[in-house]
Ligand binder design. Sequence first.
Ligand code: ACO
Length: 359
Amino acid sequence: MSSGLDDVIAAETALSDVDGLQGRLIIAGHSLDALAGQVEFEAVLALLLDCDPADLKAAIGAARLRVFDHLSAVDGALLNMSPVEALRALMARLADGEDDETAHALIAAPAVFTAGLTRLRQGLSPVPPDQTLGHTADMLTMTYGRHPAPEQVAALEAYLVTVVDHGLNASTFAARVVASTRAGLTSAVLAALSALKGPLHGGAPGPVLDMLDAIGQPDNAEKWLTRALGDGERLMGFGHRIYRVRDPRADALKAALAKLAAAGYVPPERLTLAETVEATALRLLKQKKPDRPLETNVEFYTALLLESLCLPRGAFTCVFAAGRVGGWVAHAREQIATGRLMRPQSRYIGHNVTAPLGV
Ligand code: ACO
């Protein structure tokens, strides 16, 4: 038994397959390379939810308009929370069901709420959704208050597609457990979002930028990273439970970032710093742990991509949720369809006291 359930197969799924030895990710039968940077987010959602892409696009557009009203409930207390906690509090206001309307609202909400909360924190009014736009373009329009450049839409689209589903990761597992109790899709997504928040899962990209800022310049990378590893720190954006080779999502996002850089949206010195830090970290990790392959994970280039899109680093986990929510909903439905409550066993290792409890 492993306390991290490392080799336990806890569900059968037709949604995605993570091959950690080959570094391959299959989403609904398609290789990540064939999806990221190639197709719209809604097209991948339609594959996962097994429905018509055009109908789904229209339904999610309508759902964005419906959930927008919840932003009127944002008060000072909510704005004092961290962005992901505020997102969770707003998501908790959505009706809990297992129907399509609930599913569409849940998929629409992280984009609408993240954009609205970002603007409210900046002292700006939320921008209402435009259901004629694609989900990604609308998310950026609601954030910026103007139409984004096509390169910016393409970069965020590649990101949302890349992170939409990834096997039985911690948040997806949480979603399936809650869905199996028949508590409702909103409850399942709230559990997943809570799991995503942790720095060992979806909370890593903000700290990746903190690390780059602390390093400051390429010349400083060796010294800073050596000190951090010497102090027993984990380098954010490196290592993975399943991958023993490079995370294919890191390459998909590096390619998306390169296109954004070619269009002038990434400061060249930031890219140089990131590439130096990545190369140095990989070399030092190899020296420190020669028997445990530690490679770049999805969060490293996520951090640079989302920063280049001028999204606030405190909200990166919320943007991750805007993509992953599609996977959570699809997995929750797949689990419900099994009709089976998830209820594993534990092995008791406590005491067996035979004497009566003295009072
Ligand atoms: N930096 C330094 N050392 C590391 C790192 C890292 N990023 N990752 C693992 N190690 C070390 C561990 O300290 C451990 O050393 P030890 O045996 O001397 O104690 C060894 O490598 C094995 O690590 P495990 O804890 O067994 O690896 P696990 O599978 O639990 O870790 C995890 C996976 C949590 C992602 C880890 O690599 C990590 O903390 N990375 C940094 C945070 C991060 O980038 N998270 C995002 C992951 S991607 C995602 O969830 C979307």
